[in-house]
Design a protein around this ligand. Structure first.
Ligand code: NCD
Length: 321
């Protein structure tokens, strides 16, 4: 059962990236999230931990899973949740992000959940508000709650993170999910392999402390987890692969390719999936191997844990400059 808020050792004012978190922070978040999974499976899901608090979701990029799960997480904890739609907001009239932040700040929200197409934009916004800010994805930089929900999914299925071999495959270059996962998995002692064509790897990939493969057969060999990523064409200028058909042939996850991983390897995908491009439909729907819908379930629990821990720090004197 999620407990009443107690002074915790989670000292952060915002959640902007995995790069700011220690192994203790990550374990604390995952342990708390674990207790929310059970609560979310009950008929009565509501608590009043965030009663009186206001949460504003500001999504400057489209989202299904992340926005809905932050909304559910806030509502299940008793917060008043508002969804700001940038397409109908003053941003469209030329207002800057910082002016929008100052405007919202004047209404005294407690939690701002922000997704933005530009890397670094969420950090910039966090500097001009009193609310706790959660990065729900900034450009190709970070998506910390996705890495946390992936870690919770793995931990619940395989009992640990440390020592596992995780193959992250596909468009790594444009993926904030990959970046946050690499940081988290390295911090928690897992071994990370990136599997992608050279055009879809980030520049200076040697800095990431991972193994790099261009071939799925080698990259998937004996992997415990196979994490697939979408081709993020909205972040590409020009074409990065010869054709989607060819991409599927070399990098699409099929039963033939997964046979190189461990026989009980878990298949993961943050969604949205493009069936027939990075993953074969049958593989994606394989109830024995695919953890894709588990990931969605864990998303709500992880976001509840983040909201709880950050709200607990809101009235901290050091955070009220
Ligand atoms: C990811 C994202 O937005 O970065 N999706 C998600 O949050 N579940 C991955 C993607 O868009 O491909």
């Amino acid at each position: 059962m999620p407990r009443d808020p107690t002074p915790s050792s989670f000292s952060h004012r915002h959640l902007l990236g995995i790069e700011d978190l220690s192994p203790d922070d990550i374990n604390l978040l995952l342990d708390l999230a674990d207790s929310y999974v059970a609560l979310n499976r009950r008929a009565e899901k509501k608590r009043d931990l965030l009663r009186g608090r206001t949460q504003i979701n500001m999504f400057f990029e489209s989202s299904t899973r992340t926005r809905t799960s932050f909304e559910l997480a806030g509502k299940r904890l008793g917060a008043d949740v508002i969804n700001m739609a940038p397409s109908t907001s003053a941003i469209k009239k030329g207002e800057t992000l910082v002016d929008t932040a100052a405007t919202l700040n004047a209404m005294h929200p407690d939690l701002l959940i922000v997704r933005h197409p530009d890397s670094g934009a969420v950090k910039l916004l966090a500097r001009s508000v009193r609310a706790a800010v959660i990065n729900a994805g900034d450009g190709s930089h970070e998506h910390p709650t996705q890495a946390l929900l992936d870690a919770l999914t793995i931990r619940r299925r395989l009992g640990r993170l440390s020592g596992l071999t995780v193959a992250i495959c596909g468009d790594i270059a444009h993926s904030r999910v990959a970046r946050s996962n690499i940081l988290l998995l390295n911090t928690m002692g897992a071994r990370v392999r990136l599997v992608a064509p050279p055009t879809l790897l980030p520049t200076r990939v040697d800095r990431y402390g991972v193994e790099v493969h261009h071939d799925m057969t080698e990259g998937l060999k004996d992997a415990d987890i196979v994490m697939m990523l979408r081709l993020q064409t909205e972040r590409m200028q020009g074409s990065f692969v010869p054709s989607q058909r060819e991409y599927f042939q070399f990098y699409g996850l099929t039963y033939e390719k997964i046979a190189h991983a461990r026989s009980d390897a878990l298949i993961m995908h943050p969604g949205p999936m493009n069936r027939g491009i990075e993953i074969d439909s049958e593989v994606a729907d394989d109830i024995n191997r695919s953890a894709i819908l588990d990931q969605v379930e864990m998303g709500v629990a992880v976001r509840q844990a983040c909201l709880e821990l950050l709200t607990g720090n809101l009235d901290h004197p050091e955070h009220n400059q």
